[in-house]
Design a binder for this molecule. Structure first.
Ligand code: SAH
Length: 361
């Protein structure tokens, strides 16, 4: 009977806790229980964080019996690479399956000597930005710290031995400031020399702009780079395309960004999506220029990436050039985001949707 099959299935695939989900204290207690010396803890941590371990059998300096015990009680990682797409420019887009069956996206990008991983902080997103694929179905849950960290590890493990992961951008699915405590915990390990050895300055946290959380991040005194998704030069347009703005307001967001810059001494980047005919006209560029005039900020323009089912248009090339010209003339530094992995649905949340659709079909 099918009900029996289902219950058998559940019994035969119990979820083992992933090693990184355990606190060092709990893992130490487990090691003691197995009557192993305490330094095994550091060895196991090194395998996961520093060496590119993809199987318990890789842990060659542990006794075979301990490796077997580990495999019996734990999963090596909680995330499994379900889809691995490689674009013409060698951008790697991963769909990772979590232990509860949810899926998230993670992207590995290569540019000159930089190796950057783009990680998710939530399954889905609650912010509802009208142009973004990640939030179309709302938010399911926050990722745990180890689930955020594992994305960096699994992407790093795809690099050849001669290459190291140098940068992290928190620009995958979800709103990082809505899961700040778990993100900060993951970044602590990412930036530790005994962890992934990354520099805080090479980590960019992109936010829709939640002022209280931006200030909390500033007060940690960490040197993370902050990118604020401004996307509009005034409240009227911003509230239409970034719904959270309606109750916050653009000036609160700018105040929080100013506070971050003041406290950390780090220049803030303002991201600005260009949606054809909506916020990409010369008047908008002039208005943005005056809004940012007294600020020493950086503007990163992001031409809209088409999302299936959404009605927005890419900006005309000419509109992008004019926008850049006007901002530069007013003294701002400006970049236009290059499209990476264009042939593999590499925009926010798109691959997961495309693949969820295929699974449904
Ligand atoms: N929640 C965070 C991270 C989102 S992803 C934030 O709001 O910043 C990183 C950037 O990609 C954000 O600026 C986001 O607004 C933008 N983005 C989302 N969908 C996009 C699309 N279809 N085309 C271009 N940029 C998009």
């Amino acid at each position: 009977m099918s009900t029996n099959n289902i219950s058998l299935d559940v019994i035969s695939t119990p979820v083992k806790p992933a090693l990184l989900s355990l606190s060092p204290l709990s893992l130490k207690a487990w090691i003691m229980e197995k009557q192993q010396p305490a330094h095994r803890l550091v060895q196991i941590q090194q395998w996961l964080l520093l060496k590119r371990c993809m199987a318990f059998s890789d842990m060659s300096d542990l006794p075979k019996s301990l490796r077997d015990d580990l495999a019996n009680d734990f999963a090596l990682y909680s995330e499994e690479i379900e889809v691995h797409k490689i674009a013409e420019d060698d951008t790697r887009k991963l769909i990772l399956k979590l232990q509860d069956g949810n899926r998230i996206e993670c992207v590995l990008m290569k540019e000159e000597s930089r190796r950057t991983v783009c990680v998710s902080t939530q399954v889905g997103c609650a912010m509802g930005c009208v142009f973004c694929a990640s939030g179309i179905d709302g938010v399911v849950r926050n990722l745990k710290a180890y689930e955020i960290l594992e994305q960096m590890i699994l992407a790093r493990n795809l690099l050849p031995e001669s290459e190291r992961l140098s940068h992290v951008v928190i620009m995958g699915m979800g709103e990082p400031m809505a899961n700040l405590d778990n993100l900060l915990e993951a970044l602590e390990t990412a930036c530790s020399p005994k962890g992934l050895g990354l520099s805080a300055r090479h980590i960019t946290i992109s936010t829709v702009g939640l002022p209280v959380k931006i200030k909390q991040l500033a007060d940690t005194g960490k040197q993370y780079h902050l990118a604020v998704s401004l996307h509009a030069p005034n409240d009227e347009i911003r509230s239409k395309i970034v719904p959270t703005n309606a109750k916050i307001g653009i000036y609160e967001v700018l105040d929080a960004a100013d506070y971050f810059q003041e406290v950390t001494g780090r220049q803030v980047t303002f991201e600005y999506i260009l949606l054809g005919g909506i916020n990409d006209q010369n008047d908008h560029a002039h208005e943005l220029a005056s809004l940012l005039k007294k600020r020493k900020a950086h503007v990163n323009l992001i031409p809209f990436n088409r999302v299936q089912g959404l009605p927005f248009l890419k900006p005309e090339q000419e509109a992008v050039h004019e926008f850049v010209r006007i901002l530069k003339a007013s003294g701002q530094t400006v970049t236009v985001r290059k499209r990476k992995g264009a042939d593999i649905d590499a925009a926010c949340g798109q691959l997961r949707r495309a693949s969820a659709q295929k699974i449904k079909d």
